[in-house]
Ligand binder design. Structure first.
Ligand code: ZN
Length: 91
């Protein structure tokens, strides 16, 4: 019986040992990062045709969280929730 240490596919952090690996796995930090990255990628960009569908508040919010995410790679829980609700409304 072989024991395999599963590692996060993005940062390499150990996720514990399992008898077998069946799928790509990520640690909680990277799961969150990938989700936020996914939302930010699919939401409209300034200058794009879809940008005008966002409210002024949403445009300002998106611009600022994109900047923060690019610099720090994290958002607060509240920002993530807001981002998710904008995503669900527009995508
Ligand atoms: Zn990771």
């Amino acid at each position: 019986m072989s024991v395999v240490v599963n590692r996060c596919a993005r940062c390499g952090r150990s996720l514990g040992t399992f008898r077998e690996t069946t799928r790509v796995q990520h640690c909680p930090t990277c799961e969150t990062w990938l989700l936020v990255h996914h939302h930010l990628t699919l939401l409209p960009d300034p200058g794009g045709l879809e940008w005008g569908r966002l409210s002024e508040w949403e445009q300002a919010f998106l611009t600022s969280v994109r900047q923060q995410f690019a610099q720090r790679g994290t958002l607060t829980e509240k920002q993530q929730e807001k981002l998710e609700s904008i995503y669900e409304r527009h995508i």
